[in-house]
Design a protein around this ligand. Sequence first.
Ligand code: ADP
Length: 248
Amino acid sequence: NTPHGTVLTLEDINVSFDGFKALNALTLYIGVGELRCIIGPNGAGKTTLMDVITGKTRPDSGTAFFGETLDLTQMNEVAIAKAGIGRKFQKPTVFEALSVFDNLELALKTDKSVWASLRSRLTGEQRSRIEEVLTTIKLENQRQRPAGLLSHGQKQFLEIGMLLVQEPQLLLLDEPVAGMTDAETEFTAELFKSLAGKHSLMVVEHDMSFVGAIADHVTVLHQGSVLAEGSLDEVQANDRVIEVYLGR
Ligand code: ADP
C-alpha cells in the first residue's frame, strides 16, 4: 500500500486530558507522497492528532516516527518543523503589512529574526525557489501587493506557499477550504493533487465534496481512534461510520 515507504508511523498513541482520552490507542500510517484526508465528528481527536505529530502535545504513550528514524516523541516543535513537517492552521496568519514576496522571503529565512531576515540578501537559489512557489500558488502577479489586501483564499494560498518554500516532506493542513469561494476550493484541490507525490499531505477537512475531489485514502477518527479507513466511498458505506455521523 505504501510503495515508497512510510513518512509517518503512529502506533498505539494515547493522550489523556484529566482522564479524558483524546487519543485512544490510535494507530495510523501515512505513505511517502500520499494525500490522506482525516475526517471525523467534532471532538474525535483530529486536532490532538496534529498536535502530537508537530510536537505541541507529547503523547502519554505510543510510538511516533517521521520517516524511518526520527522519533517525534523525543523532539520539540522547532526541531520537528526543521526536520520537514509543516503545519497550516485553519486561519491564515500572514504578515499583512508586508508584500507577498516578503512573506515568502521571511518564511524561507526562519532562522533569523524578522529584522535580520529582511536585511540579509537572498541567494539566487532562494530567489528562484520563491519564484517557483509564487507560480505554484498562482500569486506571481501579486508579488508586491501587501498580503493584507489579498482575498481570504489568496491569504490561504500564501500561507501554503510560506510552508512550501521550506520544502517540507509532510504537510498538515487544517480545514484548508473553509470560507473559500468555489473557484478557490477548486484551485486548492488541483494544488494539493499537484503537491502529492513530491510531498506527503495530511488534510483535516469537513467538506466531503472536497475530500472526494482530492483523496484516494480517507481515515475516519472517532473517540480518539481510527474507526474506518479506505476510499471515501468505502468509508461512507461503512455501517459504523454511518452510525457515528447520523446517530443511527
Ligand atoms: P477534533 O479536532 O476532532 O474536534 P480535538 O482533538 O480538538 O478534536 O479534541 C478531542 C477531545 O479532547 C475533545 O473532547 C476536547 O474537548 C478534548 N481536548 C482537546 N484538547 C484538550 C485540552 N488541552 N484540555 C482538555 N481537553 C482537551
